[in-house]
Design a protein around this ligand. Structure first.
Ligand code: SAM
Ligand code: SF4
Length: 338
């Protein structure tokens, strides 16, 4: 069979083909997860945000250059007004075959409302963040969230036929006791589970050193009860997956802290203000908003993207030290997008 797919023209100095764009469509969120945001966040003025038209333009330039996967994230992407129209419009690249997938990372609170539209517009998979299934603990970790809303969202997404991958941030002394139960629950419902190590991004109110649970500990805990088989399965993201023989499901590990995942990095991240970050853990960035606003055609922004990719760093240098809780970079995950 002849493969007519365009290959990306975005290749960085280390030979890594960049075919994955993560877009934070808003820095706002209806929750305040303790490891992600401080309680009193100051959000960006609306005029600083890319309009939905600008987002469409810039994403389309990336698609023209060979990006094949688009992930919408935030903040909470589903709180951005008009997002469904944006997805409906941008899905033309799915129909033309220039884009393989549009996915979304969500906290699930708004899914009851939007799941069927997402499916209608060509979204097939979502990542859903859920750190605990205990209503009180959920309320505590999100500072005010209602677990029931998320559970209703999961139901709606399953009914709409969306594949769900659950993301769970491993938090020492908070949810380590629930990991096995949550894994079984996910696998029973046909959902994969991905564990994430906390990363030092942005000032928060607590001490990250106290929250940090290395996933090597989680693996060891799982190995006592389950047979974990290494598998070749890869998504576009940085997780390494194993199959759990007893459940038949998969569990992934994202270990930015204990192992570098940079060598196979295929992605860049665009913030809601149009700043292109070349690495989650580095400050080097390119402003795409000014070139977008400076010229109605896309040549300028296209050139700025090329120049930026030529500067993509080899990797990050996150470190959570014993007595150092300063973040590696000052921007919150909600700005750059998870
Ligand atoms: N609001 C959406 C959600 O929660 O899924 C999307 C944005 S959120 C920033 C994306 C992912 O980043 C979530 O799975 C969240 O748990 C994770 N996250 C946020 N801050 C983090 C941190 N400091 N370290 C590791 N993961 C983090
Ligand atoms: Fe909001 Fe997601 Fe950050 Fe939680 S992790 S505060 S849901 S952006």
């Amino acid at each position: 069979m002849v493969d007519n797919k365009k290959t990306t023209e975005l290749v960085d100095p280390f030979g890594r083909a960049v075919d994955y764009l993560r877009v934070s469509v808003t820095d706002r969120c209806d929750l305040r997860c303790v490891y992600c945001m401080s309680e009193n966040m100051t959000f960006l003025p609306r005029k600083d945000l890319l309009s939905l038209e600008e987002l469409d333009r810039v994403c389309s330039v990336f698609v023209e250059k060979g990006v094949r996967r688009l992930r919408l994230t935030g903040g909470e992407p589903l709180v951005r007004r008009g997002l469904m129209n944006f997805i409906k419009d941008i899905s033309r690249h799915l129909r033309s075959g220039d884009l393989d997938e549009i996915t979304i990372t969500t906290n699930g609170t708004q899914l009851s409302r939007f799941a069927s539209q997402l499916a209608d517009y060509g979204v097939k998979r979502i990542n859903l963040s859920l750190d605990t299934r205990d209503p009180q603990k959920f309320h505590d970790v999100t500072r005010w969230g209602e677990l029931a809303k998320v559970m209703a969202g999961i139901d709606a997404a399953r009914k709409a036929g969306l594949a769900i991958k659950v993301n769970m941030v491993a938090l020492k002394g908070f949810n380590d006791g629930e990991i096995i139960d949550t894994m079984k629950w996910c696998h029973d419902l046909g959902m994969d589970l991905t564990m994430i190590e906390t990363m030092p991004l942005g000032e928060i109110d607590g001490d990250r050193n106290e929250q940090y649970l290395p996933l090597s500990d989680v693996r060891n805990m799982l190995r006592k009860e389950f047979t974990l088989k290494d598998i070749a399965y890869k998504t576009a993201g940085p997780a390494r997956y194993v199959e759990v023989e007893e459940t038949g499901g998969k569990i992934g590990f994202i270990t930015p802290m204990s192992h570098s995942f940079c060598e196979s990095c295929n992605r860049v991240r665009l913030t809601c203000t149009g700043t292109l970050y070349l690495c989650l853990g580095k400050d080097d960035a390119a402003d795409l908003r000014a070139p977008l606003r400076a010229s109605a055609d896309n040549d300028l922004v296209s050139r700025v993207i090329d120049e930026a990719i030529a500067r993509k760093p080899k990797g990050h240098d996150f470190m959570i030290g014993r007595d150092d809780s300063t973040p590696a970079v000052n921007r919150h995950m909600s700005l750059t997008g998870g």
